[in-house]
Design a protein around this ligand. Structure first.
Ligand SMILES: CC(C)(COP(=O)(O)OP(=O)(O)OC[C@H]1O[C@@H](n2cnc3c(N)ncnc32)[C@H](O)[C@@H]1OP(=O)(O)O)[C@@H](O)C(=O)NCCC(=O)NCCS
Length: 239
């Protein structure tokens, strides 16, 4: 039995434009596991380190509320493809993404799979890169758009595909050209992909910032209720 059959699906998305203050990073790091701190220490660029720490801190904060423990006691381990799992539990489903200046986490109940991705608006995607992840129909559609819209649509397609592949847990091991999206009444719809018979829902989320955020969820019980909030770190102010 799919786990989502008996309960209404709900997804909570938290968006966080985290602080650039190193005192804060050090404080957040205290709730990370030793393995996470070791990984944080391996980042060559401090921006990447901060982004990793902020992502895991936000994830721990949200999961701790969901499962009723403190952030430092949430036990996370990656599967063989890098997707994080909660030790000893199948629920809630969750996904994490980070990009320059923003981390976002989706926590889902009543869904079988959830994936989230984010990218900064205005990021340059070269023609060759578009060809490496878009289907022929998507490339034709993009080519017909005015240049400014095209750049944004190309980022939207990328985030939609990545969120779907993260929901499946395969990431970029799967060729993103095997998935194709179109728009119906302003909502992205997967028009080509391996398992379209399942109940997939895709959304572009209003980030309130210069970022495109895409959500993919597979929920047998129908359209999930989706709530989005801007996370505020209320633990302690920066020095
Ligand atoms: C999953 C993947 C698409 C993430 O891409 P990204 O742009 O680097 O990172 P994002 O900010 O979107 O997401 C990062 C989070 O995705 C999650 N993640 C990693 N692998 C994942 C997978 N296979 N499925 C779902 N989620 C995954 C992790 O929680 C990660 O957070 P962490 O860095 O704190 O561990 C990419 O890492 C991938 O394809 N991995 C699997 C295949 C692989 O290893 N390929 C080598 C490079 S192509």
């Amino acid at each position: 039995m799919q786990q989502s059959e008996n309960q209404p699906a709900a997804i909570e998305i938290a968006l966080w434009q985290y602080s650039k203050n190193e005192h804060d990073w050090n404080r957040w790091e205290q709730s990370l596991s030793q393995a996470e701190r070791d990984r944080a220490a391996t980042y060559r660029f401090e921006g990447d380190r901060a982004s990793f720490i902020a992502g895991r801190y936000l994830l721990r904060r949200l999961l701790s509320l969901s499962i009723g423990t403190v952030p430092g006691k949430v036990v996370l381990s990656p599967d063989k493809y890098g997707r994080l799992r909660l030790e000893g539990r199948d629920t809630p489903q969750f996904s994490l993404a980070n990009t320059d200046g923003l981390v976002t986490v989706a926590v889902a109940s009543g869904c079988d799979h959830v994936g989230i991705d984010c990218e900064r608006i205005g990021v340059e995607i070269e023609e060759a890169a578009v060809a490496s992840y878009c289907s022929a129909d998507e490339r034709r559609w993009l080519a017909e758009l005015p240049a400014r819209e095209r750049a944004q649509a190309a980022v939207a397609l990328w985030t939609l595909k990545e969120s779907h592949l993260k929901a499946l847990g395969v990431g970029l091991r799967e060729d993103p050209r095997n998935l194709a999206f179109s728009w119906k009444d302003g909502i992205p719809v997967m028009v080509d992909g391996g398992d379209r018979d399942r109940q997939w829902h895709h959304r572009l989320v209003d980030s309130g910032s210069q970022h495109v955020v895409a959500l993919a969820a597979c929920c047998q019980s129908g359209l999930p209720g989706i709530s989005t909030r801007i996370f505020q770190d209320d633990s302690m102010p920066s020095e």
